[in-house]
Design a protein. Structure first.
Length: 171
């Protein structure tokens, strides 16, 4: 299938959107890593879609880092970040963002109504507040444009964790 090019890349670029079954917990190495590796050695860049939804018992950052080290890029859904896919999925999405290993935030739009509508303004503001304007631009505008132009994607800019001060008045 790969050698016969029975698939379409994004905007005729080197990027190939890869999706696994979100209804099952992420599969074995042979079901996932081996398939991603086969694409990488053929000079495709797998863009792994909605990574946060594959890990039903919490994100496995080591495994995701291995995908990135292999040459993959990571896409997270808007609805996951905003908590519209449930708490575990949102926690996974935020963990990926906090780790700085997300390359694209997308809508996962399937229709014009419902929670998966073609809108990024709300998640842009969410990311801007928590991870800075530069990261919001990279994830929602610059990297998608890089895909269209068949250019390398930018990594998130590391930001210092904000310290929260809690003041308590003793009574």
């Amino acid at each position: 299938m790969i050698d016969n090019k029975l698939f379409f890349t994004l905007a005729n670029s080197k990027y190939l959107l890869c999706e696994f079954n979100v209804r099952e917990n992420i599969g074995s190495t042979s079901r996932v890593e081996d398939r991603l590796y086969e694409l990488c050695i053929r000079d495709y860049v797998p863009l792994v879609a909605h990574v946060e939804r594959y890990f039903h018992n919490g994100i496995d950052l080591d495994r995701v880092h291995n995908w990135i080290d292999m040459g993959c890029k990571i896409q997270v859904n808007r609805t996951s970040i905003l908590g519209l896919q449930g708490k575990v999925v949102q926690k996974n999405a935020l963990c990926l963002l906090e780790s700085g290993i997300v390359h694209i935030v997308a809508t996962d739009t399937h229709r014009t109504t419902g929670s998966r509508i073609p809108r990024l303004s709300d998640v842009y503001e969410f990311i801007e507040e928590r991870f800075g304007e530069d990261n919001a631009r990279i994830l929602t505008y610059e990297n998608p444009l890089h895909i269209i132009e068949d250019e390398d994607l930018d990594d998130m800019i590391k930001i210092e964790k904000r310290k929260h001060l809690f003041f308590r008045r003793d009574r």
